[in-house]
Design a protein around this ligand. Structure first.
Ligand SMILES: [Zn+2]
Length: 213
């Protein structure tokens, strides 16, 4: 199930949805100090873990929204800062933890208490309740969970090997952050691991959001 933030909602384009103007800027790849690098690398090309990222244009609002396509750099920002994937504001947090929506089908393959590994950023209560009111069928496709303990666990992207004239892609992989092969990855999304969580009833939570908010 794709993230909530890639659906058209309330006539507002969600925060992590990519726009047609936000194309990939390829850049020349080289091998430097035993790892994949850009020939003209800038410090912003790597994250805090030292992993190289895809270069993407950042111009939300320009062109057309491409629903279904996640903007990797905004996805990364929401994961690092625990922000709502729909509005970009703070994710909802109560004493029961931070709110997440997960695809029901993915969850049911390995339900509670198995940890959840997901590229879906968290959500705020207002966006979630509004989305479900707008599209009640979403309730059948998602489960809501609140997580007290979670951490960044992995990264998804294109795995490369050395080659001539440039390193080349061999596969698309999700790797643990401490996997040495991340030196050969060009990353596209971060993965969060939820270890202490419980499934919650959105209907009860929605009482906190007044009608028409
Ligand atoms: Zn929100």
């Amino acid at each position: 199930m794709r993230p909530l933030g890639t659906f058209p909602l309330r006539g507002v384009v969600p925060y992590i949805t990519a726009w047609s103007s936000e194309t990939e800027q390829h850049g020349t790849l080289v091998v430097r100090r035993g790892r994949l690098s850009y020939a003209d690398e800038h410090p912003l090309d790597r994250d805090r873990f030292g992993i190289l990222w895809r270069r993407l244009g950042v111009s939300p609002g320009v062109g057309k929204p491409e629903y279904g396509r996640v903007h990797g750099l905004r996805q990364r920002r929401t994961m690092l800062r625990v922000l709502c994937q729909v509005c970009g504001g703070p994710a909802d947090r109560t004493c029961d933890g931070v709110l997440w929506l997960m695809g029901r089908a993915e969850y049911e393959r390995e339900p509670w208490p198995a940890p959840i590994e997901s590229p879906h950023p968290p959500v705020c209560l207002n966006c979630t309740v509004q989305a479900v009111r707008l599209c009640p069928h979403l309730r059948h496709h998602y489960i809501a969970v609140r997580a007290r303990r979670f951490h960044l666990s992995g990264v998804h992207g294109a795995l490369h090997v050395a080659g001539f004239p440039e390193p080349r892609v061999i596969d698309t992989e999700t790797l643990a952050l401490d996997d040495t092969r991340t030196a050969w990855l060009r990353a596209g999304q971060l993965i969060m691991r939820l270890t202490d969580y419980r499934v919650v009833d959105l209907h009860a939570d929605s009482e906190r959001v007044g009608p028409g908010n």
